[in-house]
Design a protein around this ligand. Structure first.
Ligand code: SFD
Ligand code: AMP
Length: 628
């Protein structure tokens, strides 16, 4: 067996992941832990300064409610999220995050994040809930605060977490390995907060060749949160609610600023506005087809209908939007020129702040947004509980937001704790509370960390894990290295070997199954029971072969486990779309055999993998309306 040193770290609260939710958790955990004589540790597979979805920066903060300014109420936000998710949302969770998010945004500003202000000193909004920022260094600012709070000795960077340690039905820590040194890590803890982001590259991306790693969401979010919580035996929710973002084609530049700030239209190849020409389709999806703004999946759907009718490509009318804004300065040539310059630089900055490759692509293809439209397209599916998808663990809400009706279903003692004792989740890791984005994920991390400290105070004993269990896990986790060492010399080309599969080929196989059978780009996001059954059969073979993954080095060992994580996310997804016998989010996926939305499916579709039996259980959970 690969001869790795075992490093054991004992702590009270273990935070796994180092993104927005984990950084929020670190700040709050440090405060409450210190007050109670406890310790907290944070572990990231990368370096905190530039890890996760916000690594490249962002150009907007997408959740700011403006509660104190009286701009909006909690009910307004909950209504927005409920409608956008076609009625399926945990209102207690959405409200819990929404009531704390403004405070988080104010902290960001205090820590040095530049938020755009108008002449009166008020935040510049991109849309009703979104604030414009100069966000190139957003993650650096947020990470610095987290590091200062938790202390550098409690930070483990470049350690990849593979899975949970369990003591019966209570979480007991996590295991993983360094991606730089031959070290196997064992973290023992009284509570664990999972915040390892969502999942990318489960489906075949549009990108190919050298561009393969270019995705909308970061490719290093590989389903570790879903794997961790599933393997711990936690109940999961909304595993069918993937997110299909519409993005500038091929480099995945964001569209929000164009639609909301620049008030742009998108039109088909014949210059028609599909939101108008296909508006009658919205009738089929009432009441959600009639709300404002039109839910994200229905906006997608109206666009997809044109693409399927051969009316593509679809264009963001940047030149028209810029001309419309500049129009009011037309009588003053100097002011007009100045405004045009300003709009041009805002357009480029929107990409340079968060999707730099889109600016490269514009430059490489001679695009001047003030002169020419740019193509947009529906991207491949992503798993992300924090944006406009909803997949994640099923977690307890806060006590004070429960009603008599919800208490038994939505509350079990500690806010944002999963159904596994001591296992907390935030950001993409927790489900049914969409539209938290960067700011809400940070706020949720804070709420969950505070609750986790309370759990530790109430359960202040170190769970037990035997040395034998740890040795078993070490052997299993490092096995791909041994396999490569043993067999790679048996063939002239180490990529082609009857005794193993390398992680990249394994990923391609997974992506092909998902793309073709579970409604990816190639199948126009369309699937059916027959397709899904076939997909499950192929996934079972893939799972068998996952025991033959081989790694040449530490980096490939990480790739092996990333792909095992993706595979589990894939299985949870396929099983849940199969379970939900209706189409509710047509622009995210379409069940050709159940093409309509059904009242009796206005429920959560939850799943759980049982660690004792290895079987999957599917169950419906009620949707309750708390706000109106
Ligand atoms: O609109 C392991 N997001 C946007 N949010 C906004 O507020 N404004 C925007 O403008 C947004 N846009 C946007 C966004 C994201 C991206 C990629 C783009 C554009 C191009 C969404 C937010 O970024 C997102 O909601 C939050 O970041 C979610 O937070 P969190 O904490 O759930 O995930 P993370 O930040 O990605 O962090 C994950 C961390 O886990 C680590 N990790 N660590 C150890 N072991 C493992 N096995 C691990 N696996 C992962 C990662 O390294 C990372 O630290 S818009 O244009 O779409
Ligand atoms: P995006 O860049 O698509 O992630 O969008 C950023 C934010 O704007 C998210 O909160 C989206 O839900 C919202 N958004 C984007 N496009 C529209 C639109 N056409 N109408 C309403 N909201 C939108």
């Amino acid at each position: 067996m690969a001869n790795f040193e075992t490093v054991t770290v004992n702590t009270d609260l273990l935070i796994v992941g180092g993104g927005m939710a984990a950084c929020g958790a670190a700040v709050e955990a440090a405060y409450w832990a210190k007050k109670n004589g406890l310790n907290a540790v944070i572990v990231d597979k990368a370096a905190l300064d530039r890890s996760g979805a916000v690594a490249m920066g962002l150009s907007a903060i997408n959740q700011y409610v403006g509660l104190k300014d009286g701009d909006n109420t909690l009910t307004d936000y909950v209504n927005y999220v409920r409608n956008d998710l076609m009625g399926i949302t945990r209102e207690d969770l959405v409200a819990s995050i929404a009531r704390h998010v403004d405070g988080t945004v104010h902290l960001f500003e205090k820590w040095g994040l530049p938020i755009w202000k108008d002449e009166d000193g008020k935040y510049v909004h991109e849309g009703r809930w979104q604030l414009m920022i100069n966000g190139e260094s957003y993650k650096v600012v947020v990470a610095e605060a987290a590091k200062n709070a938790i202390g550098i000795d409690n930070l483990y960077e470049r350690v990849f977490i593979v899975g949970p340690l369990m003591d019966g039905d209570r979480v007991a820590g996590a295991v993983g390995f360094s991606v730089r040194e031959e070290k196997f890590y064992v973290f023992k803890a009284k509570a664990v907060l999972v915040a390892m982001g969502g999942a990318v590259h489960v489906f075949k991306p549009r990108s190919a060749g050298e561009g393969l790693g270019r995705a909308w969401y970061p490719p290093w979010n590989s389903g570790s949160s879903a794997y961790f919580t599933l393997k711990a035996g936690a109940e999961m929710t909304c595993q069918e609610v993937r997110f299909i973002p519409v993005r500038f084609k091929d480099a995945y530049g964001p569209v929000g600023a164009w639609f909301l700030l620049f008030k742009s239209r998108a039109t088909n190849g014949f210059g028609e506005n599909y939101m108008q020409t296909n508006a009658s389709e919205l009738e089929k999806w009432v009441p959600y087809g009639k709300v404002k703004p039109v839910p994200a999946n229905l906006r997608n759907w109206l666009m997809m209908l044109d693409v399927m009718d051969g009316k593509g490509p679809i264009y963001m009318r940047t030149e028209e939007a810029i001309a419309n804004i500049a129009e009011q300065y037309k009588d003053d040539p100097k002011a007009y020129k100045k405004k045009m310059k300003e709009l041009e630089s805002e357009a480029w900055e929107d990409f340079l702040d968060m999707t730099i490759s889109q600016a490269f692509l514009w430059a490489a293809t001679n695009v001047a947004p003030e002169e020419r439209s740019s193509e947009i397209a529906a991207a491949e599916p992503y798993f992300i509980g924090s944006h406009s998808g909803a997949s994640g663990a099923w977690v307890s809400g806060p006590e004070d937001l429960q009603t008599d009706e919800t208490r038994g279903e939505y509350f079990w003692g500690y806010a944002h704790m999963s159904t596994v004792k001591g296992l907390f989740c935030a950001g993409d890791a927790s489900g049914a509370s969409s539209h938290k984005f960067s700011s809400g994920s940070h706020a949720e991390g804070r709420i969950a960390a505070k609750a986790a400290v309370k759990f530790i105070i109430d359960n202040n004993t170190m769970p037990n894990v035997s040395d034998e269990t740890i040795e078993g896990l070490k052997k299993e986790i490092l096995a791909p290295l041994d396999r490569f060492a043993q067999f790679s010399k048996n063939t002239t080309d180490p990529d082609v070997n009857p005794d193993y599969i390398r992680p990249k080929m394994f990923m391609f196989r997974l992506q092909k199954i998902m793309d073709e059978y579970a409604g990816g780009v190639t199948s126009q996001f369309m699937t059916s029971k027959v397709m899904l059954d076939k997909g499950l059969e192929l996934l079972a073979f893939l799972k068998e072969d996952s025991e033959k993954l081989a790694a040449e080095n530490l980096h490939e060992l990480m790739r092996c486990w990333e792909n095992i994580h993706r595979m589990w996310q894939a299985e949870a997804h396929v099983r849940t779309i199969l379970f939900r016998e209706e189409t509710r989010w047509p622009g995210y996926y379409f069940r050709a055999d159940c093409p309509e939305m059904k009242d009796d499916w206005k429920v959560f579709a939850n799943c759980r993998w049982d660690p004792a039996s290895g079987e999957w259980e599917m169950k419906k959970r009620p949707v309750y309306q708390i706000f109106d």
